[in-house]
Design a protein around this ligand. Structure first.
Ligand code: FE2
Length: 246
C-alpha cells in the first residue's frame, strides 16, 4: 500500500463541523453521509452478488486511464448490474477535459433483476447499480468522484463488512454502517477511501445513482432533512467513530 493510503487509515482526523445547515434542496446539503433506516435483505443480495462475481470479474484498476501511473485501487472488482440512464457518469476525464462516456445501457440479468425488484420494494429506484467487491487486502485510495449528481443522490448499500474494513471521510473520520440501512453518500465534496484488511473475506456493497424523478418527492425530502438534523445537529454521532463535533 502506498504511503498516502496507509497514513489515511492510520491517522486520526480532526472531526467535522459542529452543525450542518440543511440546504433548501436537502439533496444539495453539504454533509458527507446520511444514514437512512431500512430493512434491505443484505444476505439475499450478497448471495446474488457472490454468484455474479464467479463469472464477472472486472478489475477496476484495468479501467484506469493509461496516464495514471499509481494504481488507485487494489483487489477491487466492480460489475455493472444495470444502467437505465444515458447521463455521463463515473468520473470526469481530466486529461481530455470532458465527462467520461456513460456506461452502456444495460438491462439487469436474472439475478440482478431480483436485486432491482427488492430495492424497489423498499422505495429505492436506481438508474444505475454496480456491485463493488473489495477483496481481502484491497483498497481504494483517497479520492473524490465527479458524476454530475446532487450531493446526496449517490447511494451506498453495505452488504458485508469484514473485520478490518474501513471507510474514512476527511475531516470527519471513520464511519461504521449498519446492515439493512442505506446511505446517501456525498462522494463529490468529501475525500474518502475504503480498505478491507481481512485475511480472506470479501467486502460486498452495492453503489448507484438514485433516479432523481422517482426519488425527489416531498416525503423523501422531509425524511432526508430529518435524518440530517438528527445525525449532524442533535449530536447523536450516528456511525462516526470519531465525534462529528470534536
Ligand atoms: Fe468514491
Amino acid at each position: 500500500m502506498d504511503k498516502l493510503t496507509k497514513d489515511w487509515f492510520a491517522l486520526d482526523f480532526p472531526g467535522g463541523p459542529t452543525s450542518v445547515e440543511v440546504a433548501d434542496d436537502p439533496f444539495d446539503t453539504d454533509a458527507p453521509i446520511v444514514e437512512m433506516e431500512s430493512d434491505i435483505d443484505v444476505e439475499f443480495i450478497t448471495e446474488i452478488c457472490r454468484i455474479k462475481h464467479e463469472t464477472d470479474r472486472t478489475d477496476y484498476k484495468d479501467q484506469m486511464p493509461p496516464y495514471q501511473k499509481l494504481p488507485r485501487t487494489r483487489n477491487l472488482y466492480i460489475s455493472l448490474l444495470w444502467n437505465h440512464s444515458t447521463r455521463p457518469i463515473r468520473y470526469i476525464d481530466l486529461r481530455n477535459r470532458k465527462d467520461a462516456d456513460p456506461p452502456p445501457l444495460t438491462q439487469p440479468d436474472e439475478g440482478s433483476l431480483k436485486v432491482e425488484e427488492h430495492l424497489k420494494s423498499k422505495g429505492l429506484n436506481l438508474d444505475i447499480c454496480c456491485q463493488m467487491n473489495l477483496q481481502s487486502q484491497g483498497y481504494f485510495r483517497p479520492h473524490r468522484d465527479m458524476n454530475g449528481l446532487k450531493n446526496l443522490m449517490y447511494i451506498w448499500i453495505p452488504l458485508t463488512y469484514p473485520k478490518g474494513s474501513s471507510l474514512k471521510f476527511y475531516p470527519h473520520g471513520e464511519y461504521k454502517p449498519k446492515f439493512g440501512n442505506y446511505y446517501l453518500f456525498n462522494q463529490h465534496t468529501y475525500t474518502h477511501a475504503i480498505q478491507n484488511m481481512h485475511s480472506d473475506e470479501c467486502r460486498y456493497a452495492l453503489v448507484g445513482h438514485l433516479n432523481p424523478e422517482l426519488t425527489d418527492t416531498p416525503e423523501f425530502r422531509q425524511l432526508v432533512r430529518d435524518n440530517i438534523n438528527k445525525q449532524y445537529n442533535e449530536q447523536t454521532n450516528h456511525g462516526w467513530t470519531h465525534k462529528v463535533n470534536s
